[in-house]
Write a protein that binds this ligand. Structure first.
Ligand SMILES: Cc1cc2nc3c(=O)[nH]c(=O)nc-3n(C[C@H](O)[C@H](O)[C@H](O)COP(=O)(O)OP(=O)(O)OC[C@H]3O[C@@H](n4cnc5c(N)ncnc54)[C@H](O)[C@@H]3O)c2cc1C
Ligand code: SF4
Ligand code: SF4
Length: 443
């Protein structure tokens, strides 16, 4: 069945397994071991650095570890904001007032193919540099004081750090996709403490987390003026990047650059070392073997990898069926809110963004067919997990059942049974989080 380009008739009621907001909230260990954690870092920001640490695990995931037993109110707060335990879709008023809504794609104010107006940003950016251009425009136009986003760690460039950028040059340094772990929200409370208007550019699950927090902390809506995201196929373990190093016989401490993509669309995965050597593999080579994608467990049940709660969500747009080494620099741009539309129009008016042409739900569904499949699969996967006796996240307003209704019964049964069996075998969960050094004796 093809995608349906109609208004969404009905929102799915919350899907509940073991609701994490019950009288017994999940502990951090339970969130991690049930495969719900994506390593955003918000729980550390909520509990405080003295109580929760974010560690790199032997699997190559950033995960929280409680340094002492957390009290119940702190755990309840973490359960209420964690994007692994609670995932809410767009508010009903937004759905009602949206120019277009689609069961799979959610609210849409405008859907275009476009890119950054500036050729350097277009080239350096992951696809067409749209997110970077928007971040720069927000600063240059004085709409925000800073942008919270991520960049390659200057000291360990295969790893990713959160950054506050106060100028356009700094935003450009964060251009490109970082496929490994990224704890964007590790000190989000301190970001709010600044009391200054800012924009967030991050993964859809990071946006989910801060929207959750907005229900508890009014400073989020007061200071976070824009939330921008990308359509997300999943975050890999750091071990995925380490495999690339193994291919070239390199160790992490030799690196001065680890660029996953960008500098072209998609551009090459480029590595540079302290002694001046350079190594490259193509995007296709990086992702050729799906068994080695090492996508984190939370991503396999992600109910909103398409950024429904962001103001603008940006995707790849490979018009020739898939990425070559060098495609036209281009993005799909899904403007989701009225605030996002005002920003988009202003950025186009100022030349920060350029429009190639209008797009459509049918086209984005074709360009992002894996996202359509996932949206249709998640409801049955969660049911399968619940049948296996596992807790499932508390999910609301994401039309998961309506998406599943676009599958045949046989497809839903296959998804549900597959997830049930994987959950029973423990394959949807994770080992307890421990720091690497504790197990392997390395840094
Ligand atoms: C893990 C991952 C999976 C993706 N999967 C898909 C997909 O399935 N389909 C698709 O169309 N596109 C996917 N993308 C997005 C795509 O690669 C582009 O990032 C997106 O189209 C935006 O392009 P751009 O040129 O506007 O980005 P840029 O202008 O280069 O800006 C990218 C921005 O994203 C931020 N960022 C990069 N990585 C991360 C991260 N891990 N966590 C938080 N923020 C980050 C950067 O700080 C930067 O601000 C994925 C990206 C990532 C990081
Ligand atoms: S997803 Fe974020 S908030 Fe939830 S446990 Fe993991 S790091 Fe903490
Ligand atoms: S697939 Fe979902 S959970 Fe995974 S990184 Fe992307 S938005 Fe986050």
């Amino acid at each position: 069945m093809g995608p349906i380009e109609t208004r969404q008739s009905q929102r799915t009621p919350p899907l509940q397994g073991t609701p994490p907001l019950s009288s017994e909230p999940l502990t951090l260990g339970e969130i991690v071991e049930n495969g719900f954690c994506i390593g955003c870092g918000l729980c550390r920001s909520i509990a405080g650095a003295g109580d929760v640490d974010i560690v790199m695990t032997p699997e190559g995931r950033e995960r929280p570890v409680a340094l002492r037993a957390l009290d119940k109110p702190t755990l309840a707060r973490i359960n209420a904001v964690c994007p692994g335990t609670r995932i809410a879709g767009p508010p009903a008023t937004q759905m009602k007032e949206a120019t277009l809504t689609d069961t799979v794609w959610g609210p849409v104010e405008r859907l275009v193919l476009g890119s950054a107006g500036n050729p350097t940003v277009r080239f350096v950016g992951s696809g067409g540099g749209t997110l970077t251009a928007l971040g720069q425009f927000l600063l240059n136009s004085g709409r925000v004081k800073f942008v919270l986003h991520v960049v390659a760690s200057p000291s360990m460039p295969m790893r990713t750090e959160r950054r506050l950028s106060f100028d356009a040059v700094s935003v450009l340094e964060g251009a490109g996709s970082r496929y490994g772990p990224a704890a964007t929200l590790v000190d989000f409370n301190a970001v709010l403490d600044r009391g200054e208007p800012f924009a967030l550019i991050a993964k859809p699950c990071d946006i989910t987390a801060v929207r959750n927090l907005a229900r508890l902390d009014p400073r989020v809506d007061e200071y976070m003026r824009y939330a921008l995201t990308f359509v997300c196929g999943g975050a890999s373990d750091l071990s995925k990047s380490e495999q690339v190093l193994q291919r070239f016989g390199l160790s992490e401490d030799e690196l001065t650059l680890f660029r996953y993509r960008g500098h072209g669309n998609p551009g090459l995965n480029r590595i540079e070392t302290r002694d001046g050597r350079g190594f490259e593999i193509s995007y296709r080579q990086l992702w050729e073997d799906e068994d080695k994608w090492m996508i984190q467990p939370r991503c396999k049940i992600c109910p909103d990898a398409i950024g429904q709660v962001a103001d603008i969500a940006v995707s790849d747009a490979w018009l020739n069926g898939g990425p070559a080494v060098e495609d036209e620099s281009l993005n799909g741009i899904i403007v989701r809110t009225k605030r996002g539309l005002e920003l988009f129009d202003a950025a186009v008016g100022a030349g920060a963004l350029q429009i190639k042409r209008e797009s459509s739900i049918a086209e984005i569904s074709e360009l992002q067919s894996h996202q359509v499949r996932k949206r249709r699969a998640v409801w049955a996967r969660l049911k399968g997990m619940a049948i296996a006796g596992k807790p499932v996240p508390f999910i609301s307003d994401l039309a998961l059942r309506d998406c599943a209704a676009q599958n045949s019964l046989a497809e839903n049964l296959a998804e549900g049974r597959g997830a049930r069996d994987r959950a029973r075998r423990g394959r949807l969960g994770e080992p307890p989080a421990v720091p690497r050094g504790a197990v392997l004796g390395d840094a």
